[in-house]
Design a protein around this ligand. Structure first.
Ligand code: CP3
Length: 348
């Protein structure tokens, strides 16, 4: 690791003092980048993962182009499921699609467990390469059990998750077994990523906001408690993400996780009101990336001011970048957050 290593992101995750607000963007590697699109001319989505040199390059692109303070491994939440032999495809403009959705416990009882060293050696090799190449921390990641189950049960993306929740209500024992299988996989996968050099791990529970706080507590909290307690025993910091899940923050606050995400439907004042003292990341509405630059900067400025010196803040979007976003605007936003947060700090 270089002596010029920028660890501001890790320090913010640990609520330590930082000279400026660290920035990274949800889904920061992807089709909005011309270099990424050029690489995709030659490799399919999953082929990129299977070529560690190409995959490391794609992971580094946002760090090199935008100057963000963390890299996130280029892979998908479906990567470990595909590595276990499940038939999943990523359909452009749609998302992951399973040809054989789960209907009963018998549909997954025979799945073989994930053994990261032999099932995803290419992912681990990419992380080892990045550990040599990066001068910012690498965030490893995995999908959370609920969000993975939603794709497995619905067969693809969903608006209301009726089938997923129906399965959970109607077959609580099968649901518990599925959560256990996916938690086991997630832990095996994240532990392997940490051993190979990921300094942080983010668990993506993108769609869990579909559950009420009561159902989260009953059907999911024990699984998430287990995942984050196990991760707590490692040296990596842990982050938890969902969109539209402000109502779950009090539940999340009970988990042994370092950083909670919040989106634009939740404010710093809400966090205060709810007594959230953990480090947080968020919450800019990604739609603002289509706004004129002055409006975008105005909203970012307001966010940094509303934060009001609260320790442990990472600037991010409330959800992912999308293909229509301009790279120039993201670069300007990153620079603005770095500069303005430095200024605020020296004003205090
Ligand atoms: O820099 C990065 O963030 C890249 C790594 C990354 C990808 N997917 C690459 C990807 C990460 C962290 C993810 C996580 C992911 N994948 C989530 C959780 C984050 C979130 O947005 O809520 C989810 C729900 C998925 C499932 C998924 N995979 C979706 C919804 C899509 C988009 C489909 C589309 O075409 O709009 C994918 C495909 C995908 N994953 C792409 C990328 C760069 C685009 C695929 C392409 O290159 O054609």
């Amino acid at each position: 690791m270089s002596i010029l290593f920028n660890d501001v992101f890790l320090r913010a995750c640990r609520k330590e003092a930082v000279p400026f607000t660290p920035v990274w963007f949800m889904r920061q590697a992807g089709r909005y980048q011309s270099e990424y699109r050029a690489i995709r001319e030659h490799y399919s989505f999953f082929e990129i993962s299977h070529h560690p040199d190409v995959c490391a390059k794609v992971t580094r692109l946002p760090v090199e182009k935008l100057g963000v303070d963390a890299a996130i491994l280029f892979a998908d939440i479906m990567t470990p499921l595909k590595a276990r032999g499940l038939k999943v495809e990523i359909v452009e403009g749609v998302g992951p699609v399973f040809s054989h959705p789960i209907r009963t416990g018998a549909d997954f009882s025979h799945w073989k467990p994930l053994e990261s060293a032999s099932d995803v050696p290419y992912v681990l090799e990419t992380i080892q390469l990045l550990h040599q190449q990066l001068n910012v921390p690498l965030i490893g990641f995995a999908g959370a059990p609920f969000t993975l189950a939603s794709y497995l049960i619905e067969g693809g993306p969903s608006k209301n998750y009726h089938r997923t929740k129906g399965f959970m209500y109607a077959h609580p024992e099968d649901w518990a077994a599925l959560m256990e299988d996916l938690a086991e996989m997630t832990l095996n996968y994240l532990h392997a990523q940490i051993r190979c050099g990921a300094q942080a791990v983010q668990v993506f529970d993108s769609w869990v906001g579909a559950l009420s706080a009561e159902d989260y507590h009953r059907y999911l909290a024990p699984t998430m408690q287990r995942i984050f307690s196990e991760l707590k025993k490692t040296h990596a910091v842990s982050l938890y993400f969902a969109a539209g899940a402000g109502h779950l923050l009090p539940e999340w606050n009970q988990l042994p996780v370092d950083v909670l995400s919040f989106d634009w439907r939740t404010s710093f004042a809400d966090l205060e009101r709810l007594g959230i003292e953990k480090a947080v990341q968020g919450n800019l509405d990604p739609s603002l990336l289509l706004a004129p630059l002055p409006l975008l900067k105005e909203r970012a400025k307001r966010l940094l001011e509303e934060r009001n010196g609260r320790p442990g803040y990472i600037f991010n979007l409330g959800h992912g970048i999308f293909p229509e976003v301009s790279e120039d605007k993201l670069l300007a936003l990153t620079q603005f957050v770095h500069e303005y947060s430095r200024r605020l700090r020296s004003d205090q």
